[in-house]
Design a protein. Structure first.
Length: 535
């Protein structure tokens, strides 16, 4: 059969811009789709849920909104509804569908696709049948089927075969499938389903187009894509690539010039702004069956460095809780340092009664290096450097602190070249033992509890996985006389790292064992400060 190409840019791409595409894009997008030979455009979601954060018009795709769009007559229109919204409706799935959709002859929409997790299929099918009865073409999109057993997939196909669904889609939701996996799933669906099959691929591992073409070769006739791949996480098969691939198969010669112009003028700037597209993080997420929204969320949050993202992916992989995105699971992954035992090293053995200078990575250290070094030589504080920061002369940093296993690995070469001892939680080395040569490793254990500091001789509880919090704990458990900070300049207004560090300082200051904390270089943090030049 002639393949049907469905572009769902305004629906799947909306996960990046809250479905608030600028109006100047609308007309050029629809006309470029017509020129490229696209059969259907899925203009967005259809939803009754309007609460929470702002979402643009394509999150709801009301009939009156669609009717006012400049959509060429030859281009067919679809929307998607999430089965979860139908299933939880107080009056049942059919009544939910009635509230969402008028009869087909009163609507500009021709196709309705219902996105289902496997456990929702049985409950969503009556809504699919009602939609078909009032004139819509109906698709059922199966999500996250990659980790389902062969028998489960056959059973789903048998169940759907007794419905009025027109197209049975399967989605590579986690971007983990290979072409051979697509072929296997198609064969399993074909055991009971004789209707048309569609595929929706994600590009975590760079296989979205290859998987789509393999599915086409295996008899799939509905193919999803988005412009430049814009879609949740790493995105989808790129419409511009599929159009070229399908020209010969469809016996057409698409006019891609308007599409290329649309990409150059609108979508490339948006891609630079939002950053969709595959990368190593999405690749690892796909390989380990982790929902791409975890990576998308971390990439958009400046609190997560590369090491944080790698560590969170490893945690989600090991804990097996990454198949469904949730903020709680993401926070648990970020706070994965969770040593339950006691450490070995007692900071008091070296620090007791001494002033501690914690050296950070901010530009204030470099700008005022001479004065800081002069103070160290004069006053002989205990100097604790964060991670492998190397902004002072050799021999002036007495010890380094690290509490992030992936950051430690990233800094390993630097650590092995530095002579000073390293204090770190022993639980970091439970799954790996870094080769650090003759460097002395001191085990001071730590666990994470938001909003909490606790101190004992060989361990501490800290509110955040920040190395700053760990260093404050080392100094306090070591009975420091006071704590000085250098190189904690702060960040720009609105940067979430400012709030996180503020919360660390606030939690620390409220503890009865807290020491006086003073910044001796410029800082935007709400802490006491003085000048290194006055000391």
């Amino acid at each position: 059969m002639k393949p049907t190409l469905l572009d769902c840019t305004f629906r799947d791409g909306g996960y990046y811009n809250n479905w608030d595409f600028p109006a100047e894009i609308w007309g050029p997008y629809f006309h470029s789709m017509e020129a490229a030979g696209i059969d259907y455009v899925e203009v967005g979601l259809r939803s009754l849920e309007g609460g929470g954060a702002f979402k643009g018009p394509f999150a709801f795709s009301r009939d009156e909104f669609i009717a006012a769009l400049d959509i060429p007559a030859s281009l067919r229109v679809g929307v998607m509804v999430n089965a979860a919204e139908l299933v939880k409706h107080a009056d049942g799935v059919v009544e939910a569908a009635r509230q969402l959709f008028a009869e087909r002859d009163k609507s500009p929409v021709e196709l309705v696709r219902v996105a289902c997790h496997v456990h929702e299929v049985e409950f969503a099918l009556p809504a699919c049948d009602w939609l078909k009865s009032v004139g819509y073409r109906v698709g059922l999109n199966l999500m996250q089927v990659a980790d389902r057993s062969d028998q489960e997939i056959r059973s789903i196909a048998e169940l759907v075969s007794r419905s009025k669904v027109d197209v049975l889609y399967f989605a590579d939701s986690l971007g983990s499938l290979q072409p051979a996996d697509c072929s296997r799933i198609i064969d399993l669906l074909r055991a009971h389903w004789q209707g048309e099959i569609g595929i929706h691929t994600h590009d975590n591992m760079g296989r979205a187009v290859a998987n789509t073409i393999q599915a086409l070769d295996d008899g799939v006739t509905w193919l999803d894509s988005t412009v430049t791949g814009m879609g949740r996480g790493p995105g989808n098969a790129q419409t511009e690539y599929l159009v070229v691939e399908l020209d010969e198969r469809r016996g057409t010669q698409a006019n891609v010039a308007p599409l290329l112009r649309l990409i150059r003028e609108f979508f490339q700037p948006m891609k630079q702004q939002y950053g969709w597209g595959s990368n190593l993080f999405y690749y690892l997420a796909g390989r380990h069956g982790i929902h791409p929204s975890f990576v998308q969320e971390m990439l958009s949050d400046c609190r997560y460095g590369d090491e944080d993202i790698l560590a969170a992916i490893a945690h989600l992989r090991d804990q097996g809780g990454g198949k469904k995105f949730s903020v709680a699971a993401l926070n648990a992954a970020r706070h994965m340092t969770a040593g339950s035992g006691e450490g070995v090293w007692q900071p008091r053995s070296i620090i007791s009664g001494r002033e501690v200078l914690i050296v950070g990575t901010g530009p204030g250290v470099t700008r005022h290096r001479a004065a800081i070094e002069s103070y160290i030589r004069r006053s002989r504080p205990f100097v604790l450097g964060l991670n492998a920061v190397a902004s002072l002369s050799d021999g002036l940093i007495e010890m380094r602190a690290a509490c992030h296993p992936v950051r430690l690995l990233a800094d390993l070469v630097h650590h092995t070249r530095q002579q000073e001892a390293l204090v770190a939680p022993g639980s970091m080395f439970a799954s790996f033992t870094p080769n650090m040569g003759k460097k002395q490793l001191l085990d001071f254990e730590v666990s994470i509890a938001p909003g909490t500091f606790e101190f004992s001789e060989t361990r501490a509880v800290i509110p955040s996985p920040l190395t700053l919090a760990y260093a404050l704990a080392v100094a306090t458990s070591g009975d420091a006389s006071r704590i000085l900070l250098a190189g904690f300049d702060g960040y720009g207004a609105g940067d979430p790292r400012m709030k996180e560090i503020r919360d660390v300082f606030m939690s620390y200051s409220e503890h009865p064992q807290a020491r006086e904390v003073i910044s001796i270089t410029p800082t935007a943090h709400d802490i006491r400060s003085t000048s290194v030049y006055a000391m």
